[in-house]
Design a protein around this ligand. Structure first.
Ligand code: HEM
Length: 532
C-alpha cells in the first residue's frame, strides 16, 4: 500500500511498540533509515587524509549527539519518577465536581516526579534541601498537575523574591561555588527575609534530608479552591501522606550515601514489587472561616509561609495513589514530563495566593523554553480525556497532534462542539481578597509561632542538637559575620534558646532581636516602615 495513510498508520502506532524495543529487532541505519554496514565507518581521503563532507553517516551521528541535551530545569533539575494510579476511596463530590474525586473505586493513571531543588541534574540526592513532589493526574476531564513539595510552607510569600532567593541557593556568579563551600549569599538572603524562618527550621531540622522519596509526605502548600456542581466553593489544602511512614537521614549519614541514592531506592523498590503508596487528604475551609482565621489568629490563607491549624481544619481522605511502574525510557517519560500548576480540570481552581498566581504563568512559560511549544503533545504529557478534544492551536516545532484537516479557526462550515460550563462563572470567580496583598512584605509576630512550636513541641532534645549542628555547620562557611548576627537575631525571635546555643557553637554574638533591624526584603521589623 503506497498511500500516505498507510505510512502514517505504520509510523504513529509505534510509540508503544518502541518502548519495548530490543537491539535484535533492528538493523543499524542512519536517521533517514538507510542501512549502514558499521557504525565506525568514516569516509576519508585516502588512508590518513581529511574527512569528506558527503559522509552523511558521520555528520548525522555527530550533529545529533551535539544536540542531545535539552536545558535542564532551572530548579528541581535532579529528579526521579515513576508511573502508577490514583484510586478514589472516599468521594468528595459534595465539595468538588473534579471527576477524579467523584466515584468510589475509580482509578486514574498518574506519573510522579520527585526532586531536590537547588542542585544541577547530576547533583547529590541527599542534599539538605526541600524535595519536589509532583503528580500528573490524567483525569477524564483533562490533566491535573499537583506540583508540590515535601514541606507545607515555603521560604517566601512574595513571588518577586523567587529568582533572588533561588540565585542565592545556586552557584556564586564569580567563584562558581555552591553554598556547601560558601554560604554567604545563602545567609544574606535568609537574614534579610525573616518570613523564611518556618521553612528554615524545617530545612535545618531532621526533615531536611528525607530518606529517599518513599518515606516523605507531600503538601500543596498553596490554598486552592474546590468548586462543586452548584458553583459553591471552599478553600482547600492538599496533603499526600506517605503510607510507608517517614524516615530521615542525618547530616553525617548523608555523606556515606551515593549521589543517586533516592533514584536507586525508588527504582529498585518498584522492581521488587514493593509499590510505595500515598494517601490523598484535604483540609477545607469556607470563605467565612478564612476571614475569621485572619481576624482571630492572623493567619492569612494566601500566605505560603503559614499552615492551617490541623485541629480546627482536620484532614479528609479522598483516595490513595500507588507507584507500580518504572519508566522504561527515563528521558522520554521523566525528563520530558512537564508539570504545571495551571493545569486544572473543572472543580479545581487557584486561590488568590500571589505565589501560586505567579507559578500559573511561570511553568508553562519555562516548558516552552525547555521542551518546546508542543510539549503537551509528547506521549508523557498528552492528556487522556474521556472525550476527543480539539482546539485552534496549530504548527510550531514538532507538531505531531496537528489536528488533521479540521479548521484552524472557528468555522461555521465544520463547527466544533462545546461542553457547557458546569457551574456559574460569577459564583466560582467570586473573590475573598482579605489582606493578602497589603501585609505581604511585613514581618509580624505571628510569623514566629509555628517555628516556635516546632522547636518547643515537635523537636526532642537530640533533634534540637542536630538542628544546632546543622545550622552552625552551614554558618561556618559564611564570609560575612554580619549575616550570622542577623540570622541569630531571627532565631532569637523563635526562641532565645536557639540563639544562645548558636552563639556558643559559632562564637558569634547575635543581635538582640529584629525590632531595630533593617531588612532589604521586608518592611522594617515589626513596624510598617517601607522606607528601605
Ligand atoms: C519546578 C518556578 C515556587 C514546586 C519549577 C520550575 C520553575 C519553577 C521555572 C522548573 C519547571 C520545569 O522546567 O519543568 C517557580 C516559581 C515559584 C515557585 C516562579 C514562585 C514564585 C514553588 C513552590 C513549590 C514549587 C511554592 C511547591 C509548593 C516545584 C516543583 C518543581 C518545580 C515540585 C519540579 C517539577 C518537576 O518535577 O518537573 N518551579 N516555582 N515551586 N517547582 Fe517551582
Amino acid at each position: 500500500d503506497t498511500s500516505f495513510a498507510a505510512h502514517v498508520q505504520h509510523q504513529f502506532s509505534s510509540y508503544e511498540q518502541d518502548r519495548q524495543m530490543s537491539s535484535k529487532d533492528v538493523i543499524y541505519a542512519t536517521s533517514n533509515g538507510a542501512a549502514m554496514p558499521h557504525p565506525y565507518e568514516t569516509q576519508r581521503v585516502g588512508e590518513n587524509g581529511p574527512l569528506l563532507l558527503q559522509d552523511f553517516h558521520l555528520v548525522d551521528l555527530l550533529s545529533h549527539f551535539d544536540r542531545e541535551r535539552i536545558p535542564e530545569r532551572v530548579v528541581h533539575a535532579k529528579g526521579s519518577g515513576a508511573h502508577g494510579f490514583f484510586e478514589c476511596t472516599d468521594p468528595m463530590s459534595d465539595i468538588t465536581l473534579a471527576d477524579v474525586f467523584a466515584t468510589k473505586g475509580k482509578r486514574c493513571p498518574i506519573t510522579v516526579r520527585f526532586s531536590t531543588v537547588g542542585g544541577e541534574s547530576g547533583s547529590h540526592d541527599c542534599a539538605r534541601d526541600p524535595r519536589g513532589f509532583s503528580v500528573k493526574f490524567r483525569t477524564e476531564d483533562g490533566n491535573w498537575d499537583m506540583v508540590a513539595n515535601n514541606t507545607p510552607v515555603f521560604f517566601l510569600r512574595d513571588p518577586a523574591k523567587f529568582p533572588h532567593f533561588i540565585h542565592t541557593q545556586k552557584r556564586d556568579p564569580s567563584t562558581h561555588l555552591t553554598h556547601a563551600d560558601d554560604s554567604t549569599m545563602f545567609w544574606d538572603y535568609l537574614s534579610n527575609n525573616p518570613e523564611s524562618i518556618h521553612q528554615v527550621m524545617i530545612l535545618m531540622g531532621d526533615r531536611g534530608i528525607p530518606d529517599g522519596y518513599r518515606f516523605m509526605h507531600g503538601y500543596a502548600g498553596h490554598t486552592m479552591k474546590l468548586v462543586n456542581k452548584d458553583g459553591d466553593w471552599v478553600y482547600g489544602q492538599m496533603h499526600m501522606k506517605s503510607m510507608q511512614g517517614t524516615k530521615y537521614i542525618t547530616q553525617e549519614d548523608s555523606a556515606n550515601k551515593s549521589a543517586d541514592y533516592s533514584q536507586k531506592d525508588l527504582y529498585e523498590a518498584i522492581q521488587r514489587g514493593e509499590y510505595p503508596k500515598w494517601s490523598v487528604e484535604w483540609q477545607t475551609m469556607t470563605p467565612k472561616q478564612a476571614e475569621e482565621l485572619w481576624e482571630t489568629q492572623k493567619i492569612n490563607v494566601f500566605d505560603l509561609t503559614h499552615v492551617w491549624p490541623q485541629d480546627q481544619f482536620p484532614r479528609r481522605k479522598v483516595g490513595e495513589f500507588t507507584l507500580n511502574e518504572n519508566a522504561i525510557n527515563y528521558f522520554a517519560e521523566i525528563e520530558q514530563i512537564a508539570f504545571n500548576p495551571s493545569h486544572m480540570p473543572p472543580g479545581l481552581e487557584p486561590s488568590s495566593d500571589p505565589v501560586l498566581q505567579s507559578r500559573l504563568f511561570s511553568y508553562p512559560d519555562t516548558h516552552r523554553h525547555r521542551i518546546g511549544v508542543n510539549y503537551q503533545q509528547l506521549p508523557v504529557n498528552a492528556a487522556r480525556t474521556g472525550y476527543k478534544f480539539g482546539n485552534f492551536q496549530r504548527d510550531g516545532q514538532m507538531a505531531f497532534y496537528n489536528q488533521g484537516a479540521r479548521p484552524n479557526y472557528l468555522s461555521s462550515i465544520d463547527p466544533i462542539k462545546f461542553r457547557t460550563r458546569s457551574t456559574d462563572l460569577d459564583k466560582t470567580h467570586g473573590h475573598f481578597i482579605g489582606e493578602a496583598v497589603t501585609f505581604l512584605s511585613e514581618i509580624r509576630p505571628e510569623d514566629f509561632n509555628a517555628p516556635r512550636a516546632l522547636w518547643q513541641k515537635v523537636f526532642d532534645e537530640p533533634a534540637r542538637e542536630r538542628f544546632i549542628n546543622n545550622v552552625a555547620g552551614k554558618m561556618e562557611v559564611c564570609k560575612e559575620k554580619e549575616f550570622i548576627k542577623r540570622q541569630i537575631a531571627i532565631f532569637r525571635e523563635v526562641d532565645n534558646d536557639i540563639a544562645v546555643r548558636l552563639e556558643k557553637a559559632t562564637g558569634i554574638k547575635g543581635y538582640d532581636g529584629i525590632a531595630n533591624m533593617k531588612f532589604n526584603g521586608t518592611h522594617n521589623g515589626f513596624a510598617k516602615d517601607a522606607s528601605l
